[in-house]
Design a protein around this ligand. Structure first.
Ligand SMILES: [Zn+2]
Ligand SMILES: [Zn+2]
Length: 595
């Protein structure tokens, strides 16, 4: 098999979009590969897969399929802010290319209702009017989310497991899979060039606590008929074996509750894992405890799931958290949000003594039925330590089987690869290391190396019966959400915040004679966040002197002072001095009074 490298603006490379701009981090690590299987493709004949997020980092999942004038969008997720973005709430994919081609968008298919798959919908549906398709629970949770965005309307259609809808030229079948939220789907998309199977987030749980096992028979059937392209998540691709069944988690929680009958029990879990939450409530009933919810998101999610019949529970079991202290310790189980150690959530407020009359002490047993999302390890450790410092006993997933991942491990990946036997393969939903690992894994499962593309944000991959290859990139990247407004990642406000946080600031006030340009008083300096008290008076004294010299030297006989020049001189001399003394470059704010 010959590998042909196509470079430059060859005629048969279809360039779509008004302007191609590269602005993503992944480029350097990822030399773009252009591959061709034997025959070169005819322009425009193929199916194009476009990546707007979810590859190169976990989060921001958003992919589009384009054939001719039809676009199908798959998932519209958020990412989380990096440590170098202080005060930023969310990161969302740059969706401007899709918005510019909104007339071509025939529909939006949602695999499941985790934030990294639905969280950017409010910032997409404000402009794009296409119908959103997903499970009953996904649609209900999205509707709940959109209540915070009254100006955003959604047309939606819930699809049952095994159901299919025609979206433009794509026939999309929704296949049931196990994951850590009910109503999760893989998508089998019949396109004019063949079947594309998108795994969504999945695992294979042979003993789920609720519902069915991932629909392997359907996947096998599709594999027998022939799958052109398999696009598969890669989160836990490095982990051998099988993901633990949800049933083990429930058994472990049962044993823990049986051996801690006298303790007050506090459990935290992901709010969206509604079956787990329901099981914990069932255990509370078994051990004669009432359940108090703490944290809005858990209550909201459970109410939505109950309304559509996804979970059932007896309201008599629930007690208001405000009245929870009236119960004895052994009669109470608190279900709280904040498993990631985030500020202002139920657990965070509990350790600070801010939740009703709940005072954490030695009779409390706190169970983290969750695991840290990558990046949150430190804050989770912090909150665990805070509970322990207050005397509580804490059980978390390193100590006991109190959590099961929602993502497949290697044995499960082997099963789906062998059932689906795709001709072409694209790994997704992972950092670069996960995607590259999955590429090798797929090769070991029998996919030809030249039939795999590892994408990055902005990749456009063309697939047809004669080959798979990358075309020119499309405009893609990330935007930040601060409050409710969307901005570019690199902006002056965030840069200022970083500088203020790292280097502090200094306000300097002085008066200058409007005719002579000479200083009329001693400059006032107000430094914040970069000078320690023992150095303060020395540095301020020196700063005053360099400023006096600089301003007076700049003054020219019988000439009015140049105010802009004065400002930049002030910034320059103070920056130099402060850097010499403290190795910091604070933000300097000169206030010059004309006297
Ligand atoms: Zn998920
Ligand atoms: Zn995900």
């Amino acid at each position: 098999m010959e590998e042909q490298i196509i470079g430059g603006a060859s005629d048969d490379i279809v360039s779509i979009g008004p302007k191609i701009r590269k602005k993503t981090f992944a480029k350097k690590e990822f030399p773009r590969k252009v591959r061709n299987e034997r025959h070169s493709m005819q322009s425009g004949k193929g199916l194009q897969v476009m990546f707007f997020g979810g590859v190169g980092k976990i989060g921001d999942n958003m992919t589009a399929l384009r054939y001719g004038d039809d676009i199908l969008v798959i998932d519209v997720g958020v990412g989380f802010a990096e440590p170098d973005m202080p005060g930023v709430d969310l990161v969302i994919p740059d969706m401007s290319w899709l918005k510019a081609h909104k007339d071509m968008i025939k529909g939006i298919a949602i695999t499941h209702a985790h934030e990294d798959h639905i969280g950017s919908l409010p910032y997409f549906l404000d402009d794009v009017k296409a119908t959103v398709y997903g499970s009953k629970l996904s649609i209900a949770l999205i509707e709940g989310k959109l209540r915070e965005f009254p100006k955003v309307n959604m047309k939606s259609q819930a699809v049952n497991p095994g159901g299919a809808v025609q979206i433009g030229c794509f026939n999309v079948e929704f296949i049931h899979v196990n994951h850590s939220i009910p109503g999760s789907y893989a998508l089998s998309i019949t396109t004019p060039v063949g079947v594309v199977l998108v795994s969504g987030d999945f695992k294979i749980d042979f003993t789920p606590i609720s519902g069915e096992t991932t629909d392997l028979s359907r996947m096998g059937e599709l594999g027998r008929k022939g799958v052109l392209l398999f696009m598969c998540e890669s989160t836990n691709i490095e982990r051998p074996g099988m993901t633990m069944s949800e049933r083990v988690v429930v058994q472990t929680l049962d044993e823990i509750m049986a051996s801690h009958k006298q303790n007050r029990i506090i459990v935290t879990s992901f709010a969206s894992n509604v079956h787990r939450v329901q099981q914990i409530m069932e255990l509370a009933r078994k051990y004669n405890r009432k359940v108090a919810f703490s944290g809005r998101s858990m209550i909201n999610t459970m109410e939505i799931a109950m309304k559509i019949g996804e979970v059932k529970f007896d309201h008599k079991l629930i007690v208001d958290i405000e009245k929870a202290d009236k119960l004895k310790d052994e009669e109470l189980l608190i279900l709280g949000t904040g498993s990631q150690g985030q500020e202002h959530t139920a657990l965070d407020r509990m350790v600070k003594g801010e939740v009703a009359n709940i005072k954490i002490g030695s009779n409390d047993l706190v169970i983290f039925s969750s695991s840290p999302v990558p990046g949150n390890e430190k804050s989770v450790t912090n909150i665990i330590n805070q509970f322990i410092a207050l005397g509580a006993k804490v059980i978390y997933d390193d100590l006991s089987d109190v959590h099961a991942s929602g993502h497949a491990c290697q044995t499960e990946f082997m099963i789906v690869h062998k059932l689906i036997k795709p001709r072409y393969f694209i790994p997704m939903h992972g950092e670069i290391k996960h995607l590259k690992y999955h590429e090798q894994f797929a090769i070991s499962m029998g996919v030809k190396p030249q039939n795999i593309v590892v994408p990055h944000v902005g990749s456009v991959v063309e697939v047809s019966n004669s080959g798979i290859r990358e075309l020119n990139d499309v405009l893609a990247g990330e935007k930040i959400v601060d409050g409710k407004t969307v901005y570019d990642v690199d902006n002056a406000v965030v840069r200022d915040r970083l500088q203020l946080a790292e280097d502090g600031l200094c306000v300097v006030v002085f008066g200058v004679n409007k005719n002579s340009g000479k200083l009329v008083n001693m400059p006032e300096l107000i430094p914040r966040g970069f000078i320690y008290p023992n150095e303060l008076s020395g540095i301020v004294k020196e700063a005053r002197q360099v400023l006096i010299d600089a301003v007076n030297n700049a003054a020219v006989e019988n000439e009015k002072p140049d105010w802009n020049e004065l400002k930049s001189t002030t910034k320059k001399v103070l920056t130099n001095l402060f850097f010499k003394k403290t190795k910091r470059k604070p933000v300097i704010i000169p206030i010059i009074l004309e006297v």
